[in-house]
Structures are given as structure tokens and as C-alpha cells.
Design a protein around this ligand. Sequence first.
Ligand code: TYM
Length: 348
Amino acid sequence: MTTKKFKPRVFSGMQATGNLHLGNYLGALKRWVEMQATHECLYCIVDMHAITTWQDPKELRESIRSVTAAYVAAGLDPSKSAIFNQSQVPEHAELAWVLNCVARLGWLNRMTQFKEKAGKDRENASVGLYDYPILMAADILAYHATHVPVGDDQKQHLELTRDIAQKFNNDYAESMRALGFEDGFFPLPEPVIEGPATRVMSLRDGTKKMSKSDASDLSRINMIDDADTIAKKIQKAKTDPEPLPTEEAGLNNRPEADNLVGIYAALADASKGKVLQEFGGGQFSTFKKALAEIAVTKIGPVNSEMRRLLADPEEIDRILGEGARRAREIAAPIMSDVKDIVGFLRTS
Ligand code: TYM
């Protein structure tokens, strides 16, 4: 089957749990902002994914608003991009059910994120946590999204999304043809995993991903940290005793150095090589001062704009409502086609 040309469309999302950190910002959000200039974009706050582990309802509401504020403060423009929370667009859950019936159990059993998140007590994990990647595939495919900018940790989920899209296109090829969808119904979405910070590591251990679930707050820079806290965390960041290398190859087997240089490069919109041209051969103490300075300069304004937006929750809710309305305009007809393709009868 030849694949038809789909209109380029970007979709991505973040979980509404707790605070965003520098990994979320550099690995995803900052790049989402850039893609607005060239693509039609939908950016979601995935509250249905959030409840795959229990969330206090009051805190969940606050988290949804806080992530929305971070999106807008970082530069997502609600007049350009649809910004919305997942649960306000019922097509995500509806499509997820159909895709549940397309995906194979063996595929889900390979998902490393489930293994990490469920840990040893797997029997006690929610069914939702196991099914999480299917809902993620539905998020993307409900819009016929063609590009998905994410950090490196989402790569496996995107491969699964492509497998599900492909299997749906094959399983229902005849029905699709009969209904006039000649060249495949779902696009196979491209992961966009680019730049020097696709995997930002913990400041305490360069072999562990920066994550909101790490017990040590010193391991991450939160988007709501103030300037002093950011500077303190960078100053305390783990390093090794060697000076910085002058070339990128010298970062091999030096995970902490590699991470800090990557963070600097992403904040400065430069390559790691460029950063090392400036700081290579020097001590970490000098480099850390410069890193703290650029981190505060770049994150500080996002931080204060976030606080300003959060003071007006009604405006945030308005943005989410408008975003959901626009998202539904795209997802509803696609879901109707899915129902026709699989053979559901629609009588009204
Ligand atoms: P989540 O909420 O864990 O993370 C949101 C985004 O931040 C990226 N990220 C990182 N990037 C670099 N370094 C890190 N240390 C780091 N930590 C997180 C993630 O890769 C992600 O891009 N399953 C997704 C949410 C989701 C989604 C979607 C994404 C649901 N549906 C559809 C894309 C398309 C997640 O849990 O991301």
C-alpha cells in the first residue's frame, strides 16, 4: 500500500503531575515553541495519563493549570497552537479503545517504561499504567499527527504508535478502500528527537535521567525554582576531577561533564562543540558559574511569567476550553471515519 501525503501536523504532550523540570523544558517544551513557526501544532496536558498512578484530585487540578501556565510562559501561543487538557476531548479515550483491540499484548509487554514505573510490585500496578502507551498512540493518531517532538525516553512509545497505525491500516485495508480511503488511513508519525538535550540527566548522577520522581530535589532544576536555588543546585552538581575537554569526543565516558555541557548548549542554542571551544581546558568552577548565569537568564523569565499566569486561573481555563474546542474540530471527524472503517453503525 502506498502511503498518502498527510498534511504536516505536530502533536505532543506532558503529564500533569507535579512540577516541570529542566529536562521537560529542554527535551520538549523549548522545541515545541520553535515548531510553532513552521507547523500546525497541538499541545496537550495529558491528565488521563496522569491518573495511571493515583493523584489527589485537588492537586491534579492545580497541576493541569500549572503545566498550562508553563506552556504559555515558555512561549506556546494559544492563538497559534491548540493548548488543551486531554480529558476535555473524548476522542482520545474513544480511539484508545479501538487501538486496544489492534495492538498485541506482546507489544505492550516489551515497554520498558512500564517495567520501570511498575517496579517490583507489578501485580499491583493499575491496568491504566500498562495500557498507557495505547492512549498515547490514540493522542497522536486522533489528529493524524505527522511529527511528534519528544525527549529520548519516549522513543519506544512512538515506535509502538507507528506499529499500531500500520496494523490498523493493514487490518482494515479493504474496508478503507470501500469507503474511499485509498492509501492508508493513519499516517506513521515521525518522532522528532533532536538537539543537544534529548536526555537531560540527573545533576547528582550523570547515568540517571533527570526526573520528577527522583527523591533528591538537588537532582533536578524545577521550572519554578528561583535564581538562588538554581545557582545552588548547579554549584552542587556532581562533576569529575578533570578539566573540561576541548573537543566533544573528550566527553565520552564522562557522563556528568557531558550532561552539563549539553544543558549549556541547549540553553545557549549552540552545539556542544561550540561550548567546548569557549570553556574547554578550564575548570568546572568557572564553567558552573557561567552555566548558572545562563540558566537563570533563560528560566527566570519563564518562571515569573508562569507565576503571573497562575494568578488568573480563569484565563488558564479559558485557554484550555478554546484549545479543546479546536482540537475536537480535528479529532471528531477522524473518529467518525474510524467508526465507519471498523464497522460501527452510526444512526444519528
Ligand atoms: P512526560 O510528561 O514524562 O515528559 C514530557 C516530555 O519531556 C521529555 N522529558 C525529557 N527530555 C529530556 N530529558 C529528560 N530528563 C526528560 N524527562 C522528560 C519527555 O520525553 C516528553 O517529551 N508519555 C509522555 C506524555 C504523552 C505524549 C503523548 C507525548 C502522552 N501522550 C503523545 C507525545 C505524544 C510522557 O509521559 O511525557
